[in-house]
Design a protein. Structure first.
Length: 111
């Protein structure tokens, strides 16, 4: 599920016959549960809204699921090749990696 750029998981607990989940890709633990799919969607949205309201009330910055950056460790050989290629093309390594990732994701199925 997705709401306000937050993603939520969906799990089924056979013993209690309930659905539950948590907000993914954030450091804070934000959970929700319900008995129906419709109820779980609402519980997820309510949990995200509660989290954002609590952060605002406490004057803290809420965790963002994606900051727009991440570290890549390609190894020395690939790093050198990328640096050389970027230099020859008059571009930054970041620009080349971003372009390569964009091409890869656009060709991937189910994204």
């Amino acid at each position: 599920m997705k709401f306000k750029n937050y993603l939520g998981s969906i799990e089924y607990d056979e013993e209690s016959e309930t659905l539950h989940g948590k907000v993914l890709h954030v450091r804070d633990l934000i959970t929700y549960e319900a008995e129906t799919a419709k109820g779980l969607k609402k519980a997820f949205q309510d949990s995200v809204n509660d989290y954002l309201e609590t952060c605002e009330a406490e004057g803290i910055e809420p965790n963002k699921p994606y900051s727009g950056s991440f570290n890549v460790r390609p190894g020395a050989d690939l790093h050198e090749k990328l640096a050389r290629m970027a230099s020859l093309r008059g571009r930054s390594m970041n620009a080349l990696v971003k372009e390569a990732l964009s091409d890869f994701v656009s060709k991937a199925d189910g994204v």
